[in-house]
Design a protein around this ligand. Sequence first.
Ligand code: DGJ
Length: 537
Amino acid sequence: MVLIGLILPAIPLAQTPNDLPHLASHGTATQLIVDGRPFLVLGGELGNSSASSLDYMDPIWPKVAEMNLNTVLAPVYWDLIEPQKGCFDFTLVDGLVEQARSYNLRLVLLWFGSWKNSMSCYTPEWIKTNLEHYPRARLENGQAMEILSAFSKHNLDADKQAFAALMRHLEEIDSKTHTVIMIQVENEVGMLTDARDHSPAANDAFVQAVPKELIDYLTKHKDSLIPELREIWKKKKFKTSGTWQEIFGTGPAADEIFMAWHYGRYIDHIAAAGKAEYSLPMFVNAALIRPGYKPGQYPSAGPLPHLMHIWQAAAPSIDFLSPDIYFPNFAEWCRKYHQSGNPLFIPEAKQGPDAAAHVFYAIGQYDGMGFSPFSIESTEDPANEPLTKSYAVLKQLSPIILAHQGTGTMAGVLLDKENQKQEIKLGQYLLTVSHDYTWGWSGGNTEADIWPRVGGILISIAPDEYIIAGSGIIVTFAPDQPQKRAGIVWIQEGTYNKEGQWTPGRWLNGDQSHQGRHLRIPSGRYGIQKIKLYSYQ
Ligand code: DGJ
């Protein structure tokens, strides 16, 4: 049986293969272009300390390659590359790049510079021990913290020089090969335990007028501002001149906006200096907010959704803001980070079975550029990790997914016991996607049955044909004319080979589709099915 192969929309070769990794628009989506082609990051972030020893990394590479990763997110530690001021040692970076190349993997490097999870634990000794020259953020009572102050030119210059040296070095060793495809600047920046720095320089800045650049930006985007920010400004009648408190009120919200602007400006200078040496896409990541937490209880002023416009105004050299999603309301954070033109890239997510479902949703529903669970190397059984199986599916589908991103022909689903069903209008049909356990035969019948979180990706490839991939989902179909019903001509499972050709597997028109009533990918299985429909009355 030969099925007609999928005819892909042409993927424009936007650049010649030697061009640097960069971002480009594709319909409404933003894509990462690597070697002239769109690239979907099937990633994993290393635990914090693994990349500090090349020997320690040795057994990790085969493990992550077996998990079907195409990209590893790995830190570069400021204290290890610049142990003495101005003396750089890139041995670790070089080793990492060589190791990655030998496994045909790409790297996203994470600059652990001034800040890592709010703290300044990766700053070199010559910074840590010289508080006079490299000042710290302070609490309201004047106590210094182990957090560099964002209000010091010395701090900024030192970080900027180190980061620029790193990017210069990457240009020297990687500008032809493009093993390193993106850079995260700092890691989960944000002020603790107060909403803002109270050092003397910070206090001085706090009583100054809000910079004109920020006011201009807010004025220009006034009607489309993130609602939380708009509300705060609205309370001050959209005032366009005055101090931070005059424009944003008193209290933690104003403190946080002030701090976000200054973190953003600091990081923008660093990113701009790095890009001047070697222009790779650069982003920042955020620690998210636990319900009910206030700024300072959570890392205040990080690149969070309610501060998106402040960060976008303050840091034009940063290409996008990213969430580190460890909380169960995964879908909500994806939505919040896909506002205001911000492309979704998830550099950290909770490892485990849910990750295998989350990746389908982020990529299918929000045109995600990539996904990357944290501490990827910690698995004991790489071959049997659910994520390994999701990545196997996504690896095959990547060219098709990338061709469909931004065109309104693709959707993602994420289901669990609380959210058992989703309806999606895609192409000419309404697709109802249900959790596999809603079907009596599958499980979920007893109290003891723990409903796994499941996910899938749905792609409309012709008016009456779909590709449906994922795990633990059942899909039924209805045509868009109410008087008609949808019938299934055929369903077939299969795989895509390296050349993107469909290799047919089983024909599923019997029990596996409940005799043509639905499409089902049982929970525990990860696969790709194609379906052709017809309508009748
Ligand atoms: C988020 C941080 O960004 C990571 O570097 C790491 O510290 C994890 N948290 C640990 O859960």
